[in-house]
Design a protein around this ligand. Sequence first.
Ligand SMILES: [Zn+2]
Length: 131
Amino acid sequence: MDCLQAWLTVNNKFLGVEWHFWKVVGWLGNVIFFSRFFVQWWATEKRKQVVVPNSFWWLSLIGSLLLLAYGLRRRDSVFIFAYAFTWIPYIRNLIISYRTRRSELHCSSCSAACAPHSLFCAQCGLKLKLA
Ligand SMILES: [Zn+2]
């Protein structure tokens, strides 16, 4: 245990980092932002096709806002510029995704969700009724 503690602690700092509130905010932003790649990769491997799930955009949004807050606090122009505008496409992608999901047609036979404006169910071939 002492060996592990010594290994994790450098100059009495955990992982050699001077920890304080804004450092936690910045590292939390890093972890959340970085985790989106694994979420997207997992979704793609699961479906065996390239998929960008909504959780990817949520992690992007939350992570980048935390990193922007950290950059603003640090008055670091590189961080601020890197994350000042990225929330725009993240929010836009979420809006489009939720609108698309809301306008999906549901098959009355197999209850599959079908693309908006589709005439037939992609699962069972039933002719879909337009609402
Ligand atoms: Zn169907």
